[in-house]
Structures are given as structure tokens and as C-alpha cells.
Design a protein. Structure first.
Length: 81
């Protein structure tokens, strides 16, 4: 298991968020992205791993290809509302 898989697994099973750089294939750019929660890890029909969860406190959901994630760091989100 590589470092990215370990970080995603830790975030999923321990309720952490993820900060990561994401490579967008169509534009070739790298973007800094964040998942506050990781709620899904699944395969698509092409056997690619998708990591999904909420990207903000409004509950907006996104999925990212694990193979396009770099510099993945789990973090614990603490709400002070």
C-alpha cells in the first residue's frame, strides 16, 4: 500500500479530511483541493478508484480519481459553530 492509499484510508476510517494537489488531465494544471469528509471510496466501470466526499460545510459533494491525487495530507476538521 502506498502513501496516498494510506492517507485516504486513514481519512475514510477515522473521519478525517484530505488536502491534496489534483492533476486535471484535460487542462494539465495542478490544483490544491480539499475534502472536509471522505464518505466514499469506490471503483468505476474502468477499474479506477474514486474518492468522494464533501468539499465544504454546505455539503457539496465531489469525487476525485485517486491516481490524479498528489501530496495527500489527512487533517482533522473541527467545527466551532
Amino acid at each position: 500500500m502506498d502513501r496516498i492509499q494510506k492517507a485516504v484510508g486513514k481519512a475514510f476510517f477515522q473521519g478525517y479530511g484530505l488536502m491534496f494537489k489534483y492533476h486535471k488531465i484535460e487542462t494539465g494544471e495542478h490544483q490544491q483541493r480539499m475534502l472536509l469528509t471522505v464518505s466514499d471510496i469506490k471503483y468505476n466501470s474502468d477499474d479506477e478508484i474514486l474518492v468522494g466526499g464533501c468539499i465544504n460545510t454546505d455539503g457539496d459533494y465531489r469525487q476525485f480519481f485517486m491516481e490524479n491525487m498528489m501530496s495527500v495530507r489527512p487533517f482533522q476538521y473541527v467545527s466551532i459553530d
